[in-house]
Design a binder for this molecule. Structure first.
Ligand code: AVI
Length: 315
């Protein structure tokens, strides 16, 4: 049993306002549900960022100030299936840029699949996958004396609270050298009518994605959550630009978690906070970058201005 999982679940369910960490959504079933989410009509984020990578890769190369005669490393944090990145890799490769691609992911399985597909589709691209939690792998960046471009796409930073996002940026900043760049993909602040359906889809896939964490606790910590007694409730605060997902107990109930040797009481209507998905603009991003030597030098958006890829440079 994973000790961190056990500790984090205990901490979250024991809190006055119950909460569970969304990083635990991604077991094998959660990974598959997230792929379904990315293909849903309501989840505009993936297509919007793909639009940037497909239609503006030349602009991306220019904004990243890449040069053909200087070897560089493209390091991708949480690479997943690399669909967007492959668009950029293809152009770089076709135009004879001199680089290696270092995808980092927690999932060994995802990395193996990615290596296989890149070797097949782009056989001349050098790929060096690294397995690990990207928070921990950052320190490995320091050993390189080549220019580094860190890709952190998909608005993954938005699942961190602003405080944690700032910690992450400080850590990233500490491990980069002057003139290294970060390509940071973030969802932009926009009206509730667009954001909320992305987290409240008609088919109920996002609901299953959230409930899957209760099922995971049942399996891994020998608990007896009845997932049929929890509703999915996403909210979006337009002023703050933050979407939050909750599971709400539909009745008074007790849940036994044998693996923690504890029983948790839920009142009818009581919420468990499951996930935060922050949306950004320049002002908010500058707040997150405060105290670091990473500065915004450019920003590309998709044709509908839903999503932005920011280019940050270390000064
Ligand atoms: C991975 N992350 C950026 C997604 C998001 O939009 O916050 C996770 C997600 N949760 C529900 N739908 C998608």
């Amino acid at each position: 049993m994973n000790r961190n999982f056990q500790k984090d679940i205990d901490l979250g369910l024991s809190a006055k306002n119950k909460t569970l960490p969304s990083k635990y959504f991604y077991d094998e079933i959660g990974d598959a549900l997230f792929v379904e989410i990315m293909n849903m009509p309501e989840y505009y984020l993936t297509n919007a960022e793909f639009d940037i990578f497909k239609n503006q890769n030349q602009e991306l190369i220019k904004a990243l100030k890449l040069e053909k005669n200087t070897f560089f490393e493209l390091v991708e944090l949480g690479a997943g299936d690399g669909t967007k990145t492959k668009q950029l890799l293809k152009t770089l490769n076709d135009q004879n840029y001199n680089f290696k691609y270092v995808p980092i992911d927690i999932s060994e399985n995802a990395l193996n699949q990615l290596k296989k597909s890149i070797t097949k589709e782009l056989p001349t691209v050098q790929i060096h996958p690294k397995q690990g939690d990207y928070f921990n792998v950052l320190s490995g960046l320091q050993t390189s004396n080549h220019p580094i471009i860190v890709l952190f796409l998909g608005s993954n930073i938005g699942n961190l609270t602003d405080e944690r996002a700032n910690d992450f940026i400080q850590k990233l900043d500490y491990n980069l050298k002057k003139e290294d760049k970060v390509l940071l993909g973030v969802d932009l602040i926009k009206p509730k009518s667009v954001v909320l359906p992305a987290y409240n889809d008609a088919q109920g896939i996002t609901k299953r994605f959230n409930l899957n964490l209760l099922t995971r606790i049942n399996k891994e910590l020998n608990a007896n959550f009845d997932v049929n007694t929890f509703d999915h409730q996403p909210e979006y605060n337009e002023e703050e630009g933050v979407a939050r997902s909750y599971l709400v107990s539909t009745k008074d109930q007790k849940v036994l978690v044998k693996g923690l040797d504890k029983t948790f009481t839920f009142q009818k209507g009581e919420k468990i906070h499951m996930e935060t998905s922050r949306k950004y603009n320049d002002l908010i991003l500058n707040g997150i970058l405060a105290g670091s030597s990473l500065k915004i030098i450019d920003r590309l958006t998709d044709s509908q201005h839903l999503f932005a890829d920011y280019i940050l440079e270390k000064y």
